[in-house]
Design a protein around this ligand. Structure first.
Ligand SMILES: N[C@@H](CCC(=O)N[C@@H](CS)C(=O)NCC(=O)O)C(=O)O
Length: 202
């Protein structure tokens, strides 16, 4: 059984893992760590996730402990034998786009989310505009990648799962004009029809 450390509110990083668990059908149970801030920095949780972030997982079958959504997606793909190609060239392609998402879209949208939703601290317009410009740049790159593909790497994979929950909030948080990115929109519509994407959290 996989123990899925999560929060009651389904943030995009958390949704990536609930989507993946639902896609693979791996048995899991949710351990809700009850909110943000000091509450979740217990010794037990910090031993699981030293950066104090969710999502995190524990695989009770073999004792594997993972934090960082990209590493968790990779682990669940390996464990289930799905959504990651066996061939090294195709597999590297998926890992490349997964890394692109977790080191660019995730952190930049995370900053926007923090300043717009989680804190009343003011951030100067120049900083917020920089984040929004970066998100627009990522959208343009992704839209080009999807020009002649149904999914980021051809077949549906963990690279798509890492991106989809951010796409859902692009317009509201980063004021992205979704109609500027038609390939990205078609891609999101395709994924939205998958039962695992439509399922209520978790
Ligand atoms: N790079 C991490 C980011 C995880 C992250 O920022 N999680 C948020 C919730 S979506 C969190 O736990 N924030 C609380 C904090 O940073 O203290 C990942 O991809 O898993």
């Amino acid at each position: 059984m996989i123990v899925f450390y999560s929060l009651t509110s389904a943030t995009p990083n958390i949704r990536k893992i609930s989507m993946m668990l639902n896609e693979t059908g791996l048995p899991y149970r949710v351990n809700d760590i009850h909110g943000q801030g000091s509450e979740k920095f217990t010794d037990d949780f910090m031993a699981i996730s030293p950066n104090g972030t969710v999502p995190a997982i524990l695989d009770e079958e073999n004792g594997a402990v993972l934090f960082e959504s990209g590493a968790i997606l990779h682990y669940l793909a390996e464990k289930s034998g799905s959504l990651l190609p066996a061939n090294i060239k195709d597999r590297s392609e998926v890992m490349k786009w997964l890394m692109f998402e977790v080191s660019n879209m995730g952190p930049t949208m995370g900053e926007i989310f923090h300043y717009m939703v989680q804190t009343s601290e003011e951030i100067g317009d120049i900083h917020m505009q920089r984040y929004k410009d970066k998100v627009a740049q990522f959208c343009a790159i992704l839209d080009r990648q999807l020009n002649d593909r149904e999914y980021l790497c051809g077949e549906y994979s963990i690279a798509d799962i890492a991106l989809y929950p951010w796409h859902v909030v692009l317009e509201d948080l980063a004021e992205v004009n979704l109609s500027d990115y038609p390939n990205l929109n078609d891609w999101a519509n395709r994924i939205s029809k998958r039962p695992a994407a439509a399922a209520k959290f978790p």
